[in-house]
Structure formats: C-alpha cells, structure tokens
Design a protein around this ligand. Structure first.
Ligand SMILES: Nc1nc2c(c(=O)[nH]1)N[C@H]1C(S)=C(S)[C@@H](COP(=O)(O)OP(=O)(O)OC[C@H]3O[C@@H](n4cnc5c(=O)[nH]c(N)nc54)[C@H](O)[C@@H]3O)O[C@H]1N2
Ligand SMILES: Nc1nc2c(c(=O)[nH]1)N[C@H]1C(S)=C(S)[C@@H](COP(=O)(O)OP(=O)(O)OC[C@H]3O[C@@H](n4cnc5c(=O)[nH]c(N)nc54)[C@H](O)[C@@H]3O)O[C@H]1N2
Ligand code: SF4
Ligand SMILES: [Mo]
Length: 708
C-alpha cells in the first residue's frame, strides 16, 4: 500500500468530487482535501467526507452468504456461492429459456462494470432481460435530449460555464442538498450579475438563493414551460433567425404552445401570470441563458414531454448550441452518465449504440467475437422487469441497486422479488434487497479498486485503488469472470479493469459516446476527458471501425457539444410539439393531497450505504412528512406527530415536519428509508410512454393523524 495520498473521486453522486485518500496508521483511510481537481476544488459534502466509514468491516459484507436448509443466510466459500449461482441460472435457462433470466444493474457501477454486466447478460446468459436503476433516474431527460438534439449527454457544457451565462432556470433540482459543492457555480453566477430562477413546489435551500422562485403544483412543469413559450411568442421574443437556421418543427411546436394561455397555465400550475411574465423577462434579458433540469420534472409519467417543453423554450429563444447557452440535465448517480452509455440498459449496446441497429450489432459482436444474430433484442424497462419477477422472469442477478427501498410501489416489488425461484445479489453491504437473496456476494468498494466513471459533465474520470480490500471480498469484475467461466465462457471477462476499459474503447469506437481516444494513462494525467473522444489514426486503437484519424495527435475531448451543429442527420435541433396533460393520478375526495418525494443532504439513495454512517444518521435519523401549517391545522397535527400517508398502493407512517416552505396542497417525503416510513410504498408506477420512467414525483394520497 502507498503511504502517500492517492487522488481519486467520491463513491456517491454524479458531481464526482475529487478527493485524496490517505492511509491512516490503523490501516484505514482518511479523506483529505484535493484542491487540484477543478470541479469541486477540495470542497466535499458530508457524505463524501465520511465515505470511508463504509469501508470498515463492522458494517460491510466480508463473506459470501448462502441460504441454508432452514432458510437462514450463512457464510459460504466463494466457490460454493458462485457454483450455486451458476447452477441455478443454468437450470432456469434449461427449464424456461434464456429470457427467464433477469439482470438488474446500477448507475453507481463503473464504466468497466456496466460494460461487463451488459456483455455478460447478452453473451453468457443470452437474455434480453437486463435493465438498471438509471431508468428511475434521468431516462426522461435522456429520451428528450436524444429526440431534440440527436444525442444525450447530461450537460453539453462544463459546469464552469454556469457563472458566465446570464440566467439559469433550475427546474426541480435541489443542489443545495443533492450536490452542495456545485452551489458555488450558482452563487458565482449571481455575483457576476446573472439571475437564478428555481422551479420547485418547495422553497428548498436552493430556492432560497434564487432571484425568482416559482412553486408549481407537482406534475405541472409541462404546462409551465408551455406558458412561458406562449409569452415568448406573444411578446415577440422568438429568435427567428436561429429558429430558421438551426431548428426544424417550429410551426407545430408554436401552435401547441399558443393553446396554453397564461391564465390557463396559472390555473393548472398555481404560478401567477405576473410570475410567469417575470420569469420570461429574466430568461430573455441576457444574451445567453440555460435551463437545467433534474428529477422534479423528469420523474413524471410525462417526463419526456416535460423536458421537451423546456428544450422548446431554449430553442425558440436561440439558447442551445451557442456559447454559454443550452439545455442540460443534472445526472444523479456517481456514474449515472457512463452507466447509460455502455450497455446495461435494456435497448442499448456500448458506445450509446442501439441494440436494434444492425450495424451496431455487427460492430459490437465483432469486438465480442460472437455472431451478431446471437445477440438478443431489447428487453423490458426497470419497473416492467421487476414487475415480471416470479412470472416470466424466474431468476435474477442484482448488481448495484436496492429496489426494495428505491423502486416505485415497493411493497409489490418486494413481493415479486420474494416470488423468484432464485435471487443473487452482489453488494458491499447487506442491503434490504440482499437480505432477500438466496446467494449474496460481498464486493470491493471504490477505494479498493480502480475504474472509470463519467460525471454529470460527460467528463470521464479515473478512480484509483488506494487501499487493499479485506480478505473475503472480490470485485464485481471477478464475480462476472467467475460466473462466465462456470457457465462455459472462459474468455472475454478479464478481471483487470484496464483490460476491460481497453475493450470498451474498441466497442465504443465510432458510436455516439466514443471513448476510443481515452486511456487510463491519459486519465491519470488530465482532469478527466470529455466524450466524444475518438482515437486518432496514429493511436492504433481505431482498428475496430477502420476510421482514419486526423493525424494531429490525440483528440482533446469535447467539453462543449452542438456549437456548430446538433447531432441529428441534418444538424438541426428538433422542436417536438407537446401539450399539457394531467398526472396519472390527480387528487380526488378519497385521496385529496399530492405526494412528492426526493432527497435530504445527509442520506444517499436507498440509504444502504449512508444509513451505516453514524455522523450521517445523527444528521438525518429517519423519514418525515413535510407539510404546510394550514394542512397540519386541518389534520390537527403538531410538529413531530406521527402521520399516516395512504395511497392506492399502501400506507406509510412518519413524523410531521411542518414548514411554510411547501405548497398547502402537497406533502413531501424523502425516500431513503425502508420499513414503516418507506416513501416508495406509496408511489405510483405509472410509466412515461417513451422513457418508461415511473411517476416518483407525483401521486394522490390521504394524510391522517395516527393515535399511538
Ligand atoms: N444527498 C443526496 N444527494 C444525492 C442523492 C441522494 O440520494 N442524496 N442522489 C443522487 C441522485 S442519483 C440523483 S438522481 C440526484 C437528484 O437530485 P435532485 O433532482 O436535486 O433531487 P430530488 O430531491 O429528487 O428532486 C429535486 C427537487 O424536485 C422537487 N420536485 C418535486 N416534484 C416536483 C415537480 O413536480 N416539479 C418540479 N419542478 N420539482 C419537483 C423536489 O421538491 C426537490 O426539491 O441527487 C444525487 N445526489
Ligand atoms: N420515491 C422515490 N424513489 C426514487 C427516487 C426518487 O426521487 N423518489 N429516485 C430514483 C433514483 S433517481 C435513483 S438513481 C434510484 C436509486 O436507488 P438504488 O438503485 O436503490 O440506489 P442505491 O441506494 O445507490 O443502491 C445501490 C446499491 O448498490 C450497492 N453498491 C454500491 N456500489 C456498488 C458496486 O460497485 N458494486 C455493487 N455490486 N454494489 C454496489 C450499494 O451498497 C446499494 O445497496 O432511486 C430511485 N427511487
Ligand atoms: S457532492 Fe456528491 S460527489 Fe461531492 S462529496 Fe457529496 S456525494 Fe460526493
Ligand atoms: Mo438518480
């Protein structure tokens, strides 16, 4: 082990803050400040600072576990555990066919793991039934970005552009809690004279810093964006020349927007006409402006159209594909971006290629050394896959997700998981999902292994191994290698991450997310490399595509996309005509209140990792129901009283947290906890028709006081 600090990145969110890991005297590691990485310049949130706590053996898994005859999980050897998984998967395939095998991945997995997992499903198992938790994350923004721009990269520009633009609209994004070190980009924007508009049904810590806070009813962002576009047209603020030169489809989109009169939009959203006008004035006043969305508008059954409406606003005003202007999505998980590019998604092959594209199948099959016809077609989306467990899908491998806590309609999903013939989970801790498994595999963590992630900026980064893992754990790559061998595929699943990355480069070459010009050596020397980064001819890595490079040395990477043209066939961005529609579940007499869900700063996702850290638990000990004093008074509830929140899916109980910072018609629950206070017991799995994103951000509930 090195005695000096190892520069690496945080295991949690998509900001991928740089940090140094320094070995401590007792063999553990300490997080120390790393100021050379430009994105966070040393700043970390509490989760990043305390991440090493999850490395300690008291809270993590250090031995494989298998179910014994009495149904208890007991320690077993690696051979026994892997043999059992391979045997059961093979038996399921024999009895029911390859599509009875399911694989569920995660956006926290490194690029190497996500790539190997997708290849494992298609090549070793031969199943089409693979998807991952990123479907629950930014899939609506990805679908809308692809539709409008021909390419989805969360942010098409680096964060450093934010302070230099004129106005930013942050829609359903709460970086004060979800990416605290990124807040400085927004405060610098304001110091530079720019304006910040926040759209959120709650007056969050982020909204408190805004020049203008719009608080729409949950699920109505689509109407809000259309109302703003209506005003842009009515006030003569359309950038006609830009629309003419760089876009297509304006007439239809314009007609759709004109049907959304400001007064009508006010009735739908609760945002007043003067507020709408003010938002349009602030957004259109400067030369450059941006719209950034996160999960608020995206996690809706109309998320793709909702993001499309915000993109239309950017296009009509000439604010996309120009310096310091554009639409971006703030991706969430540590490798939320790379995790959606390399093939763990149901319809995808590495390099952001489509599984239905014959040329893409030929290219990737060539790299994998298999017949293109042997590759299965697209499978089901995440919720649909979970919903099919125990019926069409009989055995499941989970790697990097905890759906018992994080999936919508979670009690039902938990039941589906229990109804499986066989469940295997690879995790670092005994998550609520791992606790249901027949075999649990303990894997290495960020600080113990090398790998790459792609941050919310599209910046590919190198995470370095800083310490030796404890005895008894193996990496996810070793797991896939071990299972592939037992299932008769001896080659093609190396355990060395760099070897996997070298293959990923070739598989991605020529695809939309081209990594072929990126190497571990480059990543070790640079502050990351933005994709696309094709390999030049002299690099020798373009053999797979036959593409000839420019001969001008390494490609610099692409921090800014679309400045000359969009990634569509004709280079023009596409307007999509969209119109308002209600949420899948609107309030009624029985369920009169809207529930929305989200995050708090000191817990991460399903909480599997952060609920094992004392300091974070002290700061955020459990679930709560945030509600307005007026609603509390109607219920007769005081601060801290237990409240039952009941939806058509189930009932959850958590203490009241009363605040004027939320709409009186809405309650909010964070989703980080299992058990009685599990928010996802309540959520509605209504899916967006394009992205298949569930409606996490709005459903109808009834709130009741509970007599203890
Ligand atoms: N502390 C912490 N940080 C995290 C995570 C975590 O779990 N904990 N997770 C990471 C991941 S994977 C992700 S995806 C990101 C998510 O990052 P964010 O999107 O910032 O987080 P959320 O809290 O899910 O949602 C943001 C806001 O949307 C608002 N909202 C709810 N309904 C609506 C609506 O209908 N319209 C609008 N406009 N807003 C609405 C909520 O009030 C909330 O303040 O965070 C990342 N960072
Ligand atoms: N109600 C509601 N529900 C939501 C959301 C919401 O806003 N509201 N947000 C959704 C979003 S955006 C997301 S991203 C999902 C996330 O939900 P989950 O998919 O449940 O996310 P995590 O809790 O991060 O789960 C990751 C699991 O993998 C383990 N793990 C971490 N690293 C590794 C690794 O390298 N290898 C392996 N094998 N395991 C690893 C962790 O210990 C943990 O158990 O939740 C979704 N659910
Ligand atoms: S903001 Fe995200 S990447 Fe940065 S320290 Fe916190 S969790 Fe880690
Ligand atoms: Mo996410």
């Amino acid at each position: 082990m090195q005695n000096t600090a190892t520069p690496t990145h945080c295991p949690y969110c998509a900001l991928q803050c740089g940090m140094n890991l320094t070995p401590a005297a007792d063999g553990s590691v300490e997080v120390t400040e790393r100021t050379d990485f430009p994105v966070n310049r040393g700043a970390l949130c509490g989760k990043g600072r305390t991440a090493p706590a999850v490395l300690s053996s008291g809270v993590r898994l250090t031995s494989p576990l298998v179910r014994d005859g009495g149904g208890a999980l007991v320690p077993a050897s690696w051979d026994e555990a892997l043999d059992r998984i391979a045997g059961r998967l093979a038996r399921t395939r024999e009895e029911y066919g390859a599509d009875a095998l399911g694989v569920f991945g995660g956006g926290g997995l490194t690029n190497e793991k996500a790539y190997a997992l997708g290849k494992f499903a298609r090549v070793v198992l031969g199943t089409s039934q693979i998807d991952y938790n990123g479907r629950f994350c930014m899939s609506s923004a990805a679908a809308a970005g692809t539709r409008a721009f021909g390419l989805d990269r969360g942010l098409p520009f680096p964060l450093e552009d934010i302070p230099r633009t004129g106005c930013v609209i942050l829609v359903g994004s709460n970086p004060a809690e979800t990416m605290p070190p990124s807040l400085r980009y927004f405060s610098e924007l304001r110091e530079n004279g720019g304006t910040l508009i926040v759209v959120d049904p709650r007056r969050t810590k982020t909204a408190e810093q805004a020049d203008l806070h719009l608080a729409p009813r949950p699920g109505t962002d689509l109407a809000l964006a259309l109302g703003m576009l209506h005003l842009v047209v009515a006030e003569g603020r359309v950038d006609e020349r830009y629309v003419e030169e760089r876009t297509a489809g304006w007439e239809e989109a314009r007609a759709a927007a004109m049907a959304h009169w400001p007064e009508y939009v006010e009735r739908i959203t609760g945002v007043s006409v003067p507020e709408l006008r003010e938002a349009v004035r602030l957004f259109c006043a400067p030369q450059a402006a941006m719209v950034l969305t996160a999960r608020g508008p995206e996690q809706q059954a109309k998320g793709t159209d909702t993001v499309g409406a915000w993109i239309n606003l950017c296009l009509a005003t000439g604010r996309a594909g120009r310096p310091l202007s554009g639409y971006g999505c703030l991706t969430g998980q540590g490798n939320g971006q790379g995790g959606r590019e390399h093939g763990q998604k149901a319809d995808q092959l590495p390099g952001y290629r489509k599984l239905t594209d014959p040329a893409a199948r030929r290219h990737v099959a060539g790299v994998w050394g298999v017949d293109p016809d042997s590759l299965p077609g697209p499978g089901r989306s995440a919720y649909e896959l979970l919903d099919a467990l125990g019926t069409d899908i009989r055995s499941l491998l989970v790697m990097g997700s905890n759906p018992v806590v994080s999936a919508p309609r979670a009690a039902h999903v938990e039941g589906r998981l229990r109804s499986l013939d066989f469940l295997a989970v690879a995790d670092v801790v005994l998550s609520e999902t791992a606790a249901l498994a027949d075999v649990v595999l303990p894997v290495t963590q960020w600080a113990e292994e090398t790998g790459t992630t792609t941050s919310l900026e599209g910046r590919v980064l190198l995470r370095r191994r800083a310490i030796t893992p404890p005895d008894g754990v193996r990496s996810d790559l070793e797991v896939l290698h071990g299972l592939a061998g037992r299932l008769g595929v001896e080659k093609g699943f190396p355990t060395d991450p760099e070897e996997v990355f070298e293959e990923l480069r070739r598989a991605s070459a020529g695809g939309p997310a081209d990594y072929s010009g990126i190497s571990y050596r480059r990543l070790a020397e640079e502050d990351g490399v933005f994709w696309p980064c094709p390999a030049p001819a002299d690099d020798g890595t373009d053999a797979a595509t036959g593409t000839t490079g420019t001969g001008t040395g390494p490609h610099p990477g692409t921090p800014r996309l679309f400045l000359d043209r969009f990634a569509t066939d004709d280079g023009r961005a596409r307007f999509v005509p969209v119109t308002h529609r209600p949420s899948a579940e609107e309030p009624d007499d029985e369920y009169p209140v809207l529930l929305t869900t989200g995050r708090v700063v000191s817990q991460y996702q399903s909480g599997a990792q952060t609920r094992r850290v004392d300091e974070l638990n002290a700061a955020a000990p459990g679930p709560f129901v945030e509600l307005h004093p007026r609603l509390a008074a109607r219920l007769g509830a005081a601060e801290g009283d237990p409240l039952a929140v009941v939806s058509r899916r189930g009932r959850a109980v958590a203490p009241a947290r009363i605040t004027t910072g939320i709409r009186p018609d809405t309650v909010f629950m964070p989703f980080h906890w299992p058990g009685e206070g599990r928010a996802n017991t309540l959520t509605n799995p209504a899916l967006d028709p394009t992205s298949r994103m569930p409606e996490f951000k709005v459903c109808a509930v009834r709130v009741e006081t509970v007599t203890p």
